[in-house]
Design a protein around this ligand. Structure first.
Ligand SMILES: NC(=O)c1ccc[n+]([C@@H]2O[C@H](COP(=O)([O-])OP(=O)(O)OC[C@H]3O[C@@H](n4cnc5c(N)ncnc54)[C@H](OP(=O)(O)O)[C@@H]3O)[C@@H](O)[C@H]2O)c1
Length: 248
């Protein structure tokens, strides 16, 4: 992994410089091993992650309900030569890793239409906001997380909770927060987490943090409570999460 730089000052000039360094860092990583990633959805998260991973040398296949729509073909063009779009089922059949960049609510009904996910690494950035949490009631925390639920529905897949604690716009420009951001991971398969951690590191300024088995998804997802409460208390201002291990 390349050395991390510190982000002391924000501003347009630095953002441009950061972008150029990021592109250089991503180019250097192209030879380190490439994944084929089915990117389910073509919204905010799919767009930033898909473009970033394609720029880092991975193959990105967007899975969309409307792969021929102009907004999807535009996204494919903007993602470069390593990107394409098809149906979600076809994208999954051709990929080893699957990113569920989808709203959580329709997923249960979608799963039977997606084909065989056995043996695939499934990345889950999804957030479920219970109605009580929308009213900022901290007791609305789910007893079982989205990540655990998804793993129980897909016992043959390796679910890794990832990217749910960061805003899409910060993934493209982590320098705006002033320092590297931790991306908390949770999953039962160590090898799957290692591969997802490499995809986190494809974005300079993001750092993977292994938080343990998929059960830890409930703790990671609970950070949303903190994030929303902070935002409400601070006139819509957002926080991002930086975790630092003790130096031993
Ligand atoms: N945005 C963020 O900053 C952020 C941060 C952390 C976590 N997340 C989580 O990441 C996930 C994606 O967020 P997002 O902001 O990218 O959402 P989004 O912009 O609304 O995009 C979701 C995509 O999912 C597909 N989709 C929407 N409804 C669907 C349905 N009923 N059935 C099948 N596919 C459907 C659509 O793609 P097609 O129309 O091409 O099928 C859509 O572009 C969510 O679970 C969200 O909570 C988001």
């Amino acid at each position: 992994m390349p050395p991390r730089r510190s982000f002391l000052t924000l501003g347009a000039g630095l953002a441009v410089a950061a972008l150029s360094r990021r592109t250089h860092a991503q180019t250097n990583r192209i030879s380190e091993g490439k994944e084929t990633i089915a990117m389910l959805g073509t919204g905010k998260m799919a767009s930033v992650l898909g473009k970033g991973w394609a720029a880092a040398g991975h193959t990105v296949i967007y899975g969309s309900r409307a792969p021929g729509d102009t907004r999807v073909t535009d996204l494919v063009r903007e993602s470069g030569a390593r990107a394409s779009a098809t149906t979600s089922k076809d994208a999954i059949a051709r990929a080893g890793m699957v990113m569920f960049a989808l709203p959580w609510e329709p997923v249960k009904d979608l799963l039977p239409t997606l084909g065989d996910l056995g043996g695939k690494i499934v990345m889950d950035p999804m957030i479920h906001i219970p109605p009580t949490l929308k009213e900022v009631d901290a007791t609305g925390c789910n007893p079982v997380s989205v990540g655990e639920q998804l793993q129980s529905w897909l016992p043959g897949a390796h679910v890794v909770k990832a990217f749910n604690t960061i805003a899409a716009k910060t993934i493209v420009d982590p320098a705006r927060t002033g320092r590297p951001i931790s991306i908390a991971l949770a999953g039962d398969d160590a090898a799957a987490k290692t591969r997802v951690a490499k995809l986190v590191s494809a974005f300079e300024g993001l750092e993977p943090l292994d938080c343990g088995p998929i059960r830890a998804a409930r703790y990671i997802e609970s950070l949303l409570l903190l994030s929303i409460n902070y935002s409400v208390a601070n006139k819509g201002k957002r926080i991002e999460f930086f975790f630092r291990a003790h130096v031993t």
